[in-house]
Ligand binder design. Structure first.
Ligand code: GLC
Length: 424
């Protein structure tokens, strides 16, 4: 089996980390399969994939695709106009497509796996029709008018969609209609890496340049990239609503990773927000940290995304580490835990509810421990790598005929068809 993976981005965001996880699991369990990866730019994903023994190639993206946002192309844009835009973005768009097509033909993979929507747009046009195409969905389409239009125009061939949550699957089916059938395979966590047990709480203080906190301090942190919608602002506001004398310290773990300006916080911005909220000395900015060690250094893991979260890897990783998790009860993240049993849910964009929930956890060590135990069990039952690899290998191995006739394939243990194509 030869699988060719396509990823528009080579930065290490959640979607790329999931791709790495999947490739690592396949390298272990199917060492005879040949995996290769084509990236739309340079970045750390390449080295990480090569370390796994995955052959990598970098090809430029068409200019239009690289900078595609929703701005400037409204809902009224017709497919014809969009096709015009694509063409007008230069011979480059067509030349790039031809280049990807040549590359895919040369590699002659048995399956093409497009990670994310930009990769799918290229793959849908550059992959020979007889080659089964899998599309891994990590994002909501509903909120992206232009992308949705482009994707509708690209679903002219059989595509097997795999969404990271039911919420994402439903959104895709709402937007694309019956053209693409989407099943859900949750992201897995490496349960041998994200383990409970004592962490070294001082690493975060050191990384943030703060004096080591007093021993009874409860450490509360948000670990995420600096995309604005990850909710750092809500987290800081919640922190500022808690009395300054309760024994806790707050941490913002992570940093900016994307090229797009405007859509992410800068460290200076967050620092000055913290200062103006009177949080000086009570919040540490640690930069990127090894996530398992960082989560174990915390007592309370906070997820505060301001938009519905497609999945939310950090929630599952926090559960796997046996930490008390507070997470937004909206979108895909709401599917990841039983509220009040394995984690505490909060409404999105509600600093006051978040403050109350954090306050409750800071005051109640038993509650933290109960949630931590139940959280680890939940991670073992629902997000184990080995268990979640099964549906993936079944999908890759499913017969080619069902892909070609667009009739859909069934994966063992699933009652929904996989990979219904379109002939509309
Ligand atoms: C994207 C989503 C995030 C998800 C990740 C992996 O980054 O925003 O919610 O956890 O992909 O699927």
């Amino acid at each position: 089996m030869k699988i060719l993976y396509l990823s528009a981005s080579a930065a290490l965001g959640g979607a790329e980390l999931v791709l790495l996880d999947l490739m690592a699991m396949l390298r272990e369990s199917r060492p005879d399969w040949r995996l290769s990866l084509v990236l739309g730019g340079h970045g750390p994903l390449r080295d990480e994939a090569e370390r796994l023994g995955v052959a990598c190639d970098v090809r430029p993206l068409p200019r239009l695709l690289a900078g595609l946002g929703d701005a400037g192309l409204g809902d009224g844009t017709s497919q014809l106009a969009l096709a015009g835009r694509l063409a007008a973005s230069g011979p480059s768009a067509l030349a790039v497509l031809a280049d990807w097509r040549r590359l895919i033909r040369r590699e002659a993979p048995d399956r093409v796996h497009a990670n994310g929507m930009k990769a799918l747009l290229l793959a849908a046009w550059a992959t020979p029709r007889r080659t089964p195409l899998i599309w891994h969905l990590h994002d909501y389409l509903g909120s992206r008018a232009v992308m949705s239009r482009l994707l509708r125009a690209s679903s002219h061939r059989p595509i097997a969609g795999v969404a990271v949550s039911r919420s994402i699957a439903e959104d895709a089916m709402r937007v694309l209609g019956p053209r693409v059938a989407v099943q859900t395979i949750y992201n897995a966590a490496d349960l041998n890496r994200f383990t409970p047990g004592p962490g070294d709480p001082t690493i975060l203080d050191e990384a943030a340049g703060l004096p080591t906190a007093a021993p009874e301090t409860v450490r509360v942190g948000l670990l995420a990239t600096f995309a604005r919608w990850k909710g750092q602002r809500v987290f800081l506001e919640a922190a500022s609503r808690l009395p300054a004398d309760i024994p806790c310290r707050f941490y913002i773990i992570g940093g900016p990773i994307y090229q797009t300006t405007g859509s992410q916080w800068s460290l200076e911005e967050l620092r000055s927000q913290a200062e103006s909220l009177g949080l000086d000395g009570r919040v540490g900015f640690t930069g990127f940290q090894e996530p398992a060690a960082a989560l174990r250094a915390l007592d309370v893991v906070v997820h505060a995304s301001t938009r519905p979260e497609p999945f939310g890897r950090v929630i599952v990783e926090g559960l796997a580490c046996g930490r008390a998790v507070v997470a937004v009860r909206d979108g895909g993240s709401a599917e990841l835990f039983h509220d009040g049993v394995e984690a505490l849910g909060v409404p999105p964009n509600d600093p006051s509810a978040l403050a109350t929930t954090i306050g409750r956890l800071v005051a109640d060590a038993d509650l933290r421990q109960r949630l931590g135990h139940a959280g680890r069990r939940a991670a073992e039952t629902r997000f184990d790598r080995d268990a979640l690899l099964g549906p993936w290998t079944a999908l890759y191995e499913s017969g080619i005929e069902c892909w070609l006739d667009g009739g859909g394939c069934r994966v063992e243990g699933e009652d929904r068809p996989v990979g219904v194509g379109s002939r509309q």
